[in-house]
Design a protein around this ligand. Structure first.
Ligand code: AMP
Length: 294
């Protein structure tokens, strides 16, 4: 994961960057920390940056870009990084784009911590007072006068970066005035798969694959069913001629009624009796004719 945290001095970039380091196993690349280390070590870069930093101004772009170019090539940055305090100008952002493109890398997002400058000044004054009370060393540029200069440099040179990344569709803003944990939670939401949009794409692809698999199973079941039916299919029987009764039923009226009666009589076992009776009647008629002749 490769991220940029944008925001004026004292917005809480350092605090949130450290939490991202722990959560995502990436490294924090703070140009301010690197420059302070260079100043402390008395390196040529440090000697060049020292007075600029003390005034609260920005160190030249080529100096910080060179520092970052070296740093992202180090082994611990391979898993990802969160840039804190860099880029600070549009030319630095463009240089970063080139550095990443040359290495085949991409940024995952730019998070801007939005803050109220008036409250920010009070926040830093309180932080300085607390550190002094604890006997801790206070940064030379963390005094109200220098801070005003740093805020002015931010407004003039760094704030345009929000538009730069917004135009690329990469900028996500967070309320930096919220309690620290709330800011962390807001950043987590942005970085969650759903927040980056990757989740939506993944979920869409998953749903599509599921629907495709379902359709495939359905088609396979249908084909198997047809094959089975074809194997077990009985030879088609010739159509039986329609029964007389049904023919009769086709003609409603007396004939139907008499057929029904006949059928009912048959069901009750009277048909045989009638036949007998009929033949009996015939016999009787013959007997009558014979008797007459006699
Ligand atoms: P920071 O700790 O990020 O507030 O930075 C402290 C000081 O270091 C700034 O006021 C600048 O003088 C210098 N600095 C840090 N990062 C940059 C940068 N990306 N470009 C120019 N100057 C920087």
């Amino acid at each position: 994961m490769r991220l940029i945290l944008l925001g004026p001095p004292g917005a809480g970039k350092g605090t949130q960057a450290q939490r991202l380091v722990v959560k995502h196993g990436i490294v924090q690349l703070s140009t301010g920390d690197m420059l302070r280390a260079a100043v402390a070590a008395g390196t040529p870069v440090g000697l060049r940056a020292k007075s600029i930093m003390e005034r609260g101004e920005l160190v030249p772009d080529d100096v910080v870009v060179a520092i970052i170019a070296d740093r992202i090539d180090q082994a611990d940055a391979k898993r990802g990084f969160v840039l804190d305090g860099f880029p600070r100008t549009v030319p630095q952002a463009e240089a970063l784009d080139r550095l990443l493109a040359q290495r085949g890398l991409k940024l995952d997002g730019v998070i801007e911590l939005k803050v109220d400058e008036g409250i920010l000044l009070k926040r830093i004054e309180t932080r300085v007072a607390d550190m002094t009370a604890r006997g801790e060393k206070v940064r030379a540029d963390d005094n109200p006068d220098v801070l005003k200069g740093r805020l002015a440099a931010y407004r003039a040179q760094t704030a345009p970066l929000a538009a730069y990344y917004a135009s690329k569709g990469m900028l996500k803003a967070v309320d930096g005035m919220a309690p620290i944990d709330d800011v962390t939670a807001a950043i987590d939401r942005i970085l969650s798969p759903a927040g980056t949009g990757k989740g939506k794409t993944k979920a869409k692809a998953k749903a599509k694959a599921k629907a495709k698999a379902k359709a495939k199973t359905k088609a396979a079941t249908r084909t198997a069913g047809r094959r089975k039916a074809a194997k077990t299919k009985k030879p088609v029987k010739a159509k039986k001629p329609a029964k007389r009764a049904s023919k009769v039923r086709a003609k409603p009226g007396r004939a139907e009624t008499s057929t029904r009666r006949a059928a009912a009589a048959g069901a009750k076992g009277r048909t045989a009796g009638r036949t007998v009776k009929k033949s009996g009647q015939r016999k009787t008629a013959t007997k009558r004719r014979l008797t007459k002749a006699r």
